[in-house]
Design a protein. Structure first.
Length: 128
């Protein structure tokens, strides 16, 4: 289950090997252990649009499970990122409820906030 963990590593940006913008939180500084990744491609093709994958994706534990869309809201309160999921996302991602809570490293809170605003801030995560 991906309900909660303390992230000791956080990243927000565009990896050079992929055409996406990502926010990644990992349990261990080397990126191993539990993880949550939210990605938004810089562009979508017709197949993405047809399949409903023309939005952000949520991936847990290094790709074990991926779901497209599904975040109803998110916020950071006292260093804890709280993500409210819709029922479909919660089921696919293995959350026991509809909320995921991740403790974010203090030094990384602002970059995580900015990254999430970039991914989720436009038309429900869909590129305009």
């Amino acid at each position: 289950m991906i309900d909660e963990f303390t992230a000791l590593a956080a990243y927000a940006g565009e990896p050079t090997t992929f055409d996406v913008f990502s926010v990644v939180l990992a349990e261990r500084p080397d990126g191993s252990g539990r993880s949550l990744e939210i990605h938004l491609a810089n562009s979508f093709d017709e197949q993405d649009i047809t399949s409903g994958q023309d939005t952000y994706s949520i991936t847990v534990d290094g790709g074990a499970v991926t779901h497209y869309g599904g975040i109803k809201s998110c916020r950071i309160e006292r260093g804890i990122l709280k993500i409210d999921l819709d029922a479909a996302a919660a089921k696919v991602l293995g959350a026991s409820g509809f909320e995921i809570e991740l403790r974010v490293p203090t030094a990384d809170i602002e970059k995580v906030k900015a990254g999430l605003r970039k991914i989720l801030g436009s038309a429900n995560g869909k590129q305009q």
